[in-house]
Design a protein around this ligand. Sequence first.
Ligand SMILES: Cc1cc2nc3c(=O)[nH]c(=O)nc-3n(C[C@H](O)[C@H](O)[C@H](O)COP(=O)(O)OP(=O)(O)OC[C@H]3O[C@@H](n4cnc5c(N)ncnc54)[C@H](O)[C@@H]3O)c2cc1C
Length: 358
Amino acid sequence: MAVFAEEVNLAGYTTLRLGGPARRFVEATSEDELVAAVRKADDAGEPVLVLGGGSNLVVSDDGFPGTVVHVGARGVERTAGDGDTVLVRVRAGEDWDPFVARCVSDGLAGVECLSGIPGRVGATPIQNVGAYGQDVSETIVEVRAYDRQARSCVILDRDQCRFTYRHSVFKGNDRYVVLDVTYALRETEESQPIKYAELAKRLGVQPGERVSLKEARDAVLELRRGKGMVVDAADPDSRSAGSFFTNPILTAGQLAGLERRVAERLGPDAAFPRYPEADGRTKTSAAWLIDKAGFAKGHALGPVRISTKHTLALTNPGGAGGASTADLLALAREVRAGVCEAFGVELVNEPVMVGVSL
Ligand SMILES: Cc1cc2nc3c(=O)[nH]c(=O)nc-3n(C[C@H](O)[C@H](O)[C@H](O)COP(=O)(O)OP(=O)(O)OC[C@H]3O[C@@H](n4cnc5c(N)ncnc54)[C@H](O)[C@@H]3O)c2cc1C
């Protein structure tokens, strides 16, 4: 049965351990409870925040002046697809990493490089979760959602999800409440081809080669732990929302501007990371820009700091009560302004802002 409470502190529900109270809080353990809670708040004209694992959220110190619905509906159903494909439908409240671990042990390939990412399944389509050369747009075949405009359940296929890098139709749009996600996975003990150079190196293979699912998962977890990117109560660097900024994708004009600024700042022979995008633009590395703008790992502003293991994560090392969201935003603004001044590139936040903006 759904549990209702008032004035619940959201810091306890975010990996940053930041955020003020929710006026109302509903723990929805089934799809019916989830839809009923959202409908009730909509009928009352109350703002709604759908909450998963709280690992991609920056919540205002003032909290949330409406109903927070915590998605807890669980369940995994497996059906045969074409050839060696298996369709796995997963309810939104399942925790993501245990699901990945189960796929790996059951011999299902397609999500092994997404090991160690915190949060729940229902959030994976929101920003097209990705890491180490994989993202969920490669495996998601459909998303079933409650459409708050139509007040009914709808199914969105992959095209309708409009997945791009860390984006989809769902991000920045509170129309849909994800109820379940169907992934098409391959029944095999072998990983999908390893695309990410750092991971291939760790595995001792060439990019494009395959390894066992378990080897891929273990190597990803090891790399992630080394960067504080696995949530671990014993690791203050993991008190974050993961990468705080997305990697900038530059037009030809912006790229030329960056080339000029890099040469001015670091010398005519200086190179910077560049990855061609299918649409002709070029992605560069936010972590590289932050580092070269002069922000070292561990750079602190009051009680918050850049992770000591990874330049792209902003952390609240002291945990609950250690800092405020205002502290975190001050650091984020300092970093964003420093990168803009050094390189003319405007960094954009990856986590979802609730009641605040950068
Ligand atoms: C240490 C660490 C490492 C990370 N590494 C990565 C990484 O490698 N790659 C990556 O892509 N992300 C990464 N992240 C970010 C985060 O884990 C993912 O974005 C994750 O999918 C968020 O899931 P969540 O359940 O915690 O979502 P929440 O933080 O609870 O919510 C995020 C957004 O999704 C919405 N939402 C959540 N559930 C639903 C639903 N059922 N229906 C509709 N909207 C919903 C929320 O309203 C909010 O807008 C990392 C975070 C941390 C803390």
